[in-house]
Design a binder for this molecule. Sequence first.
Ligand code: NI
Length: 203
Amino acid sequence: MSILTIAKMGHPVLRRVAAKVDDPTDPAIARLAADMRDTLEEIGASGLAATQVFVEKRIVVYRVGASRIPAGSGLQPVPWTVMINPVITPLTDDKVAVWERCLSIPGLHGKVPRYPRISIRYQTLEGGIVEHEAHSSWAALLQHECDHLDGVLYPMQMDDLSLLAFNEAPGALAQEADANPSQVDPLFLDLVERWPARERWQT
Ligand code: NI
């Protein structure tokens, strides 16, 4: 087991386009995926792309934990999943903005336009092909992680940078948490709960 170092925004590796994995069954790929999962479990996080750990290959490891599901989303937990060479196809024309954080951008959160319904196709470590649909914050997570494989970080997808904020000052997030809590990821509701100035500033 290895805990891997995560590249931070500004490091050139995060802007690189990762290379396709020719042989998903190569044991070295399985070892890397296991280390990525160990790293996520150590931090308590949900998703990681290989470029974030300085490996320029198209590999994503993620989960949707029960504690990260918005109450009104209808999502179910997703166990740890390794996606090799994932390809996303949007199933809607319009995007819906979703709150996101990134291990490569510690301390910040932002509201990012994402397709609310997608189809994703990827290879497994066993060499099989999986294709399924995903919606709401699950779909957003998959878009966020697959963007990393193309050198794209979530602020690059934002169309309203007034919604990029420090975790210690979650003003816009707090407004939304009050107005529509059932649609907000509990991780973000927690930021609002822990904001000492909430009562003073929130109207
Ligand atoms: Ni990220």
